[in-house]
Design a protein around this ligand. Sequence first.
Ligand SMILES: Nc1nc2c(ncn2[C@@H]2O[C@H](COP(=O)(O)OP(=O)(O)OP(=O)(O)O)[C@@H](O)[C@H]2O)c(=O)[nH]1
Length: 375
Amino acid sequence: MQPLPDLSVSDRLVVNQTGFTLWVASFRQTLHTTPAGWFVAAWMAWGRVPDKNLLLWLVLFFAVWMMGLLSIDRALKDGCDQQTHGPRLRVMAALDGMAWGLLGWLLAGHDVLLDAIMVALLCGVSAVNAQVYVSYIRGYYLQSGLMWSISVLGLASHANQQYTVDLIVAFSVFQVLMFYHSSRIANRVREGIALQLSNAALAQQLRGLLTKVRIDAATDALTGQGNRRALDALLKQQLEFSVSTGQPFSILMLDIDFFKKINDVHGHLVGDEALRSFAQRVREGLRQGDVCTRYGGEEFLIVLPLTPLQIALEVAERLRLAVEAEPLPTTPPLAITVSIGAATYKTGQTVDALMAAADSALYKSKRSGRNQVQS
Ligand SMILES: Nc1nc2c(ncn2[C@@H]2O[C@H](COP(=O)(O)OP(=O)(O)OP(=O)(O)O)[C@@H](O)[C@H]2O)c(=O)[nH]1
């Protein structure tokens, strides 16, 4: 069998494990057809071989068959780990091959018709198994190899009859061809599994990247809060919700007072740190469902779902006090204040009109001396 191209050791393990799992499931399926094989064998052999031998073979095969089913069910229940269940299931495959081989041994040398039908039956078993074991080809070599060698040994013990030699040659040619073709098909199947696995891994990686891109596209890089894009989507959503349910919602527009001075005195890096720290303090002062976004520069916009104006003013005042209460933990610590404009959605209003209302309330706060809340 050709080695698979471009597979790492771990990829190879995953491909082997997947192939093994597929084989176990198919192995279980095919065991359902085994009793049909017994029926054909018993019908052929009846009256030609001693009943005792035939019954012994049936009992032995039935035991192997039952053990096989139980082992497979146990493996499937346990998640089919190849390391754990591989050895036992390989033994089952070997016993299965031996049981069929024993049939060949038992029936060989009686008469030309019986032997020919028996070889045809074993070729059929081999052909079926070539498909069943296609994702786990080593199991096929084991199962059919044993079946072929034991039955051929049986036929060879009657090699004084010319037809048994012919049957040995025919069966051997058939088996070699089956091995050759099934190994090539198995290789294609393994390549298919490898391709599917790498596609699935790629799809998962892409899904992860897409989620990250979506989050990044809606997040302000400096403060980690929602950005303008997220705000627009959120406001649209809130407005639709409010229209359909009649529930109020409010927005708060926050602007740090004299922020320019911070940049001028301490530099832009400290200004950036102050923005991060301010955003965090605001975030900490909000309920779970409230959303803080960076509107632009040192302006932030908070969306308060299901909130009437009265409550919005209380939230705003609480935030204003929290900002004023202690300096931001920047280096150096900065004592700042914030002006806030509040507005509540009125039926029929557009998003732009609502924003304009909050903006003019903020302007009023600035005009009235800053560090206050207006609506
Ligand atoms: N460090 C930093 N500064 C920013 C950022 N975005 C905007 N700014 C600065 O924020 C300042 C805003 O100044 P102004 O609009 O004059 O407002 P202000 O000084 O806060 O005064 P009032 O708003 O009237 O109280 C400007 O100096 C901007 O450069 C940023 O991302 N990082």
